[in-house]
Ligand binder design. Sequence first.
Ligand code: PDD
Length: 280
Amino acid sequence: MENKTVYLNGHYLPLSDAKISVLDRGFLFGDGIYEVIPAYNGRLFRLHEHLLRLKNSLSHIRLANPHSAGQWAEILQPLLTQDPEQYIYLQITRGVAPKRDHAFPEHTQPTVFAMCSPITPFAGRNAGIKAVTLDDNRWGLCNIKAITLLANILLRQSAVDQGAAEAILHKDGYVTEGAASNVFAVIDGILTTPPNGADILPGITRDVILELASANHIPTRETVISLEALQMASEIWLASSTREIIPVVQLDAQLVADGKPGPVWKKIHQLFQAFKQNQT
Ligand code: PDD
């Protein structure tokens, strides 16, 4: 195993030396939250927005933010390597409690862990991928970036078992998001994505896409997408920090339009590449 330097509770140390107690509530309960922050050419991408979402996730689980935005930047920056494209994984749990009890323990220190990994360009990005539609059987607080990801894992694995790269989830007949991505569809020429709320994670890539589209006169709409509307869409994309913007060319057994990445995706993909290189 690669022995890179990671951050754990105030210290930088080799990965093999980073140890936490089996009584950590992240391990026992999945009681924690996380962030995935990409960095291009040594600069953390949309750090302010990621830290804002981190703050919101922490406040939803009633855990105090252990650091200010400035302190987070100072903690994370030294983990970056020479890789042109990499991402920070940052996790905060409620910490170690002397006994296993569901209710919050008193006087525990949160466990803070961060590491950096290279981003390898996602294989299906240019040719497009297959996605399958699955019932969204997750909980009612999907806006929290919780480490408790068992439902997402089972959904993604079910997609992989069917030869697909992602599951597109739906609840009561409407699209929510992917197992680990947000969903966009071009419907009647309008770039459409489900609205933020408790059913989806407020994706940072999602926001960048909406901003780039507006700035480049691509009409957008944040509104519900029925499963039928998705099936009729001329383009479908998935968006996330590690895979960027991925065209879906097959949905279940059916091709999306002509089965090739569409013109709106090509435009946004180009804009996104330029934007991430030029970020200040
Ligand atoms: N996941 N929705 C879900 C459920 C996700 O897990 C993710 C990202 C997104 C996209 O958010 P963003 O654009 O901020 O990455 C939406 C990360 C990459 C992960 O769990 O590894």
